[in-house]
Design a protein around this ligand. Sequence first.
Ligand SMILES: *Cc1c(COP(=O)(O)O)cnc(C)c1O
Length: 485
Amino acid sequence: MINYISTRDPECKVTSSKAILSGQAPDGGLYIPEDLEDIKCDYHDILSDDFRSMAKSVWNIFFPDYGSAKIDELVEKSYEGKFSSPAVTPVVSVGDSYVLELYHGPTSAFKDVALSALPNLLTSAREMNDFTDEIMILTATSGDTGSAALCGFGGVPGTRIVVFYPYGGVSETQRLQMVTAPGENASACAIRGNFDDAQTSVKALFREIPHPVSGVSLSSANSINIGRLVPQIVYYFSAYSQLLSSGRINDGDKVDYIVPTGNFGDIMAGYFALRMGLPVGRLICASNRNDVLTEFLETGRYNRKREFHKTTSPSMDILVSSNLERLLYYVCGAEHTREYMKALNETGEYQITESELAEIRSTFTGVCASDDEGATAIRSVFESEHYLMDTHTSIAWACKGKLEASGSAASVVLSTASPYKFSRAVLEALGEEVMESDEANMNKVHEVTGAVIPEGLAGIFSREIRGKDVIEIAEMKDYVISKSK
Ligand SMILES: *Cc1c(COP(=O)(O)O)cnc(C)c1O
């Protein structure tokens, strides 16, 4: 049976349900499957035209201690009626490429795929391990994780959730999605500070008040939790299955995936799919102007001491990409991973060896594109193909244009958000006039393109605003304690 170990210490070993329950290993490492041999399978056994059936197969491999009857139940509960597309993650053909649309969930970003599942995995892990504490999910967000987590955890018994977002630092659409989210157990709160302040303070709270009140334990909904990563593996199989059944590729052909990357969670799921046995060609790590990963994949040097740029693809604005640590373990081993993470923490940089870099580069390629290049991609693809991309997908599209041919049979661009979620920047890219309110901008995108406004977004402007809290950073601790009572 597959065990989970810390990336920093293979002796720190737990079951899958315990790994999900605690989110992060006690030594600060991330939980990963101990041995990649344990996840190897015949990919034909997983491929199916039904997303949920593929989810069951993948979850059974990664979460064996739940048992297959429980997994059947959890997969149904996670995806039943939540996604507007019957395929859950449909592949569409655009020009001579394919786009894997991951945004048909309730909050219109790809994080719904995993955050529809995580609350169910977590509450079940709680029962299996006789864990009696209630779970308080703390999340710092630059926008998309917050609304997807509030939606996933809202109303889930045994859990509460508090989301902190930077005051004035998210779009009107993102803010309304969060502050109008229903659920008595859910709160969204603005802090006077930027996203890094929010994230740093949340990390500190995990150490300071692991039990904010007696009978309540803190946990995380960020992609450091393996329970968020595994559900994302499924759509790599889903893409392959759709390409195969529509005759676009032949069985065994390799497919490249171009992934708009921030915290390296989405693309790491692709690496697991590859190691399971899916014919994956290259994994392209697409970055915006915050090109720390592009440099790393080019030179082997990770250097977070650089300016933080605010871009039109805010969910990819990052300096420290957490899930890269998982890849480092498999390529460099625990000892080097520990050294590198220590160096990153103390000096802000680390350098991997040449052979480690060569191994990573045999699968991963880093490319970056600017806001302007992304905007040009939105406009030109809309004009030539009448297909509308959001600002994150368009970065991946622009990166695709810079790649050399690879010999793979097809390339798939992962589309991580609905264009309506970023309607202001999308209108600007199309050369249209931008209005003050996001509601007007959303309607304008609809007018210009004819694309349907997702149900979950159309409603936010008329919903009751529940979260009006704005607090100082120093008040976050008391806020969490008051919401835990
Ligand atoms: C979170 C997010 C990303 C980045 O995904 P990672 O798993 O953090 O690399 C890209 N695009 C959108 C729209 C997102 O919300």
